[in-house]
Design a protein around this ligand. Sequence first.
Ligand SMILES: NC(=O)C1=CN([C@@H]2O[C@H](COP(=O)(O)OP(=O)(O)OC[C@H]3O[C@@H](n4cnc5c(N)ncnc54)[C@H](O)[C@@H]3O)[C@@H](O)[C@H]2O)C=CC1
Ligand SMILES: O=C(O)[C@@H]1CCC=N1
Length: 257
Amino acid sequence: MKITVVGVGSMGGAIIKGLASSSADEVSGLNPTNPRVSRLADYLHFKLFTTASEVVEYQPDVVILTTPANITVAVAKELDGLQPNTIIISAAAGVRQYELKAVLPNNPVVTIIPNTPVAVNAGTIGLALSADVTGATRDNIIYVLNQLGDIITVSEDQLDIVGVIGGCGPAFIDIFMDAMSDAAVKHGLDRQTAYQLIASMVKGTGALAYDTEKSPSALRDEVTSPAGTTIKGVEVLEKHGFRFSVIDAVNKANGED
Ligand SMILES: NC(=O)C1=CN([C@@H]2O[C@H](COP(=O)(O)OP(=O)(O)OC[C@H]3O[C@@H](n4cnc5c(N)ncnc54)[C@H](O)[C@@H]3O)[C@@H](O)[C@H]2O)C=CC1
Ligand SMILES: O=C(O)[C@@H]1CCC=N1
């Protein structure tokens, strides 16, 4: 399948890295001339376009839009001329399917919110299908996204909150990991060992929750031994409003004033 990623920045680059590990597809990118993107294209061996008209001429089977959200509809408009069965997958946060349909009326359009772990095929991808996306078109979308990670299918009006949790979430976890590493260094670990330790701990914590499907509170209870060390740390997190900080970060990222 010919897949073109439009906008090879953080997210577009992560998607290309994830797709590059599969040899079954022909992956390409579109980005205005940029040495960073040219280096990535050389390194990962993908075809790089610099204008929308080259992409139209190339006639990809799937276009993934990862341009800045505020220009994504205008960028989609430049792709007018794609064959009608080219699937449009937009990852632009907050851009609605009807806005893209208005400029590409003949193409199947779905919206997603992926996250940066797609680069290592361990992404979480919120997917909002649309009524006209069925059969082989739907199967092809699932085929492409399945290469990148777990698909969580939701209605379009749920995609914003799914995007905040799944899409912004890695940044929140990264801040937590960075703070943990400062604490580890304070107590004598070297930085590199701290990073490995913490990344492994977070990976395992996620895997345990995912595989067992136990609630986070049940899993936390398993760690907090009576009169043990963990509960002392939990008390401090509660004292400093850790939970409220997390909830309010999600509120604000989701557009609350
Ligand atoms: N970074 C993330 O974790 C996530 C980002 N997204 C969405 O992905 C999109 C991109 O976000 P980032 O990658 O973070 O931004 P970014 O700024 O890193 O990447 C945007 C890329 O688009 C390119 N670009 C600008 N104008 C273009 C045009 N006319 N044609 C083609 N390419 C063009 C830029 O040169 C840049 O390489 C946004 O819509 C965002 O909502 C969605 C989920 C997660
Ligand atoms: O920060 C952003 O706007 C994008 C959308 C989700 C994650 N990153």
